[in-house]
Design a protein around this ligand. Structure first.
Ligand code: CAP
Ligand code: MG
Length: 411
């Protein structure tokens, strides 16, 4: 029976010929044993030595443990282990984020980060628009984009959705979007909604304001590209995909389809199931890197500790950096959303910088003066931060912001 050590033998690894993954491992085993088990399970080994494995196979395709620091294990997977043309992201994930999570011997494993070699990166086209493309469409070169999520999440008719969007745009917002649970329910059919919202956006443009709205086209794999094309033909200026529920392949199919000519907003609903536990699951960082490869133009990255969702400044900052870092692919617009309101914007921008899309649902629709004033309050808070003016001072001459601060306070 053959078994080989998955620990690195000391030979230098060519990092650009491997997919390099960092895992946080919690185990009662000696960490080296746990790391070996992980590398074996995900490449050429299994729980026992096997007669069919020889040294050549192991040397060519076996994953190697290249570093162990504390509970952090770094594993290098040879590029040849991946089947990019046919297997794509689903196959990559089966290798780097597959069976290992279920190994009984490990109490917890968390995929913290991944780096792909240029040979794999080149096979992906990345965003068609990205952060710069969105800014160009909106004619907004420097200031943060400011958006809303139409609230309530579900229940409004197409007409009321369009009215919400018009009011939000009149208040100065650059972006709006459907919520992740709305697609084509009977109370708000996607065709009627998209057409009605397009009319609002056209009206805003005639009045001199540019705004886009992301229509949620999340659906079954065999339908999604067609639905994207349909949404476009009904007047959608942006489409939205729930990437965890639809799959990365859905984003890639849309981004690479030549007939899809609008940017893709990527929502990450359900990510908390595997990102929230600090000792088990997958951190958002690999998700961000993969969405960028697949061609998402804007992606939720968290609120850097400012909002209602778990995440925190450090982790969200690395997601944001992964959207904007130097790469062979265009940058992705980082979307900061979830429990945002005017009083947190200054603090959030301090951590995020200006190259972000800030979004608020409750923080717009919950304003006592209604959606338009809610939008104004958000824009004023962003303007104050952008101009470096104290927000309380700014609110003295901006009553919509004043009202928002009075209601929700200042962080
Ligand atoms: C925000 C939101 C988003 C969250 C998701 C919501 O609304 O529309 O889905 O931002 O967060 O429904 O909660 P509010 P994340 O502004 O009303 O909170 O990207 O962190 O998963
Ligand atoms: Mg939502």
């Amino acid at each position: 029976m053959r078994s080989y050590s998955y620990m690195h033998t000391g030979k230098k690894i060519d990092r650009d010929a491997h997919v390099i993954c960092r895992y946080r491992v919690t185990t009662d085993l000696p960490i080296e044993k746990a790391a070996e088990a992980l590398a074996a399970e995900q490449s050429t080994g299994t729980w026992t030595g096997i007669s069919t494995l020889d040294e050549k196979i192991f040397r060519s395709y076996g994953a190697k443990v290249i570093d162990i620091t504390g509970d952090m294990v770094t594993i290098a997977f040879p590029e040849e282990d991946f089947s990019i043309e046919v297997g794509g992201i689903p196959q990559i994930l089966s290798v780097i984020a597959g069976n290992l999570f279920g190994l009984e011997a490990l109490h917890g494993v968390r995929l913290e980060d991944v780096d792909f070699p240029s040979g794999i990166m080149k096979k992906y086209k990345g965003p068609k628009f990205g952060a710069d493309g969105l800014r160009k469409i909106l004619d907004r070169p420097e200031k943060p984009l400011v958006g809303t999520i139409v609230k309530p999440k579900i229940g409004l008719s197409p007409k009321d959705t369009a009215k919400y969007v018009y009011e939000a745009g009149s208040g100065g917002l650059t972006n709006s979007k459907d919520d992740e649970t709305l697609v084509d329910q009977a109370f708000c059919p996607i065709e009627d909604r998209t057409k009605a919202v397009a009319e609002s956006l056209d009206r805003l443009e005639e009045e001199g304001h540019k705004m886009i709205h992301a229509v949620n086209i999340s659906t079954n794999g065999e339908k999604i590209v067609q639905l994207g094309e349909d949404a476009q033909s009904w007047g959608a200026k942006q489409i939205m995909v729930d990437v965890i529920t639809c799959g990365f392949a859905a984003v890639q199919a849309l981004a690479e389809d030549p007939s899809i000519k609008v940017p893709i907003h990527v929502h990450r609903t359900m990510h908390g199931a595997f990102t929230k536990d600090p000792l088990h699951g997958i951190s958002m960082l690999p998700i961000t890197k993969i969405v960028r490869m697949c061609g998402g133009d804007a992606l939720h990255v968290g609120t850097l500790g400012a909002g209602k969702m778990a995440g925190g400044e450090k982790d969200d900052r690395s997601n944001l950096d992964a959207c904007l870092s130097e790469s062979m692919h265009r940058t992705v617009m980082p979307v900061c959303s979830g429990g945002i309101y005017p009083g947190v914007i200054g603090k959030m921008i301090e951590a995020s910088g200006f190259n972000v899309q800030i979004q608020a649902g409750g923080g717009v629709a919950g304003h006592p003066g209604g959606v338009r004033k809610g939008a104004m309050g958000m824009c004023q808070a962003v303007d104050a931060a952008f101009e470096g003016i104290n927000v309380v001072k700014y609110a003295e001459s901006h009553p919509e912001l004043r009202e928002a601060l009075d209601l929700w306070g200042l962080k």
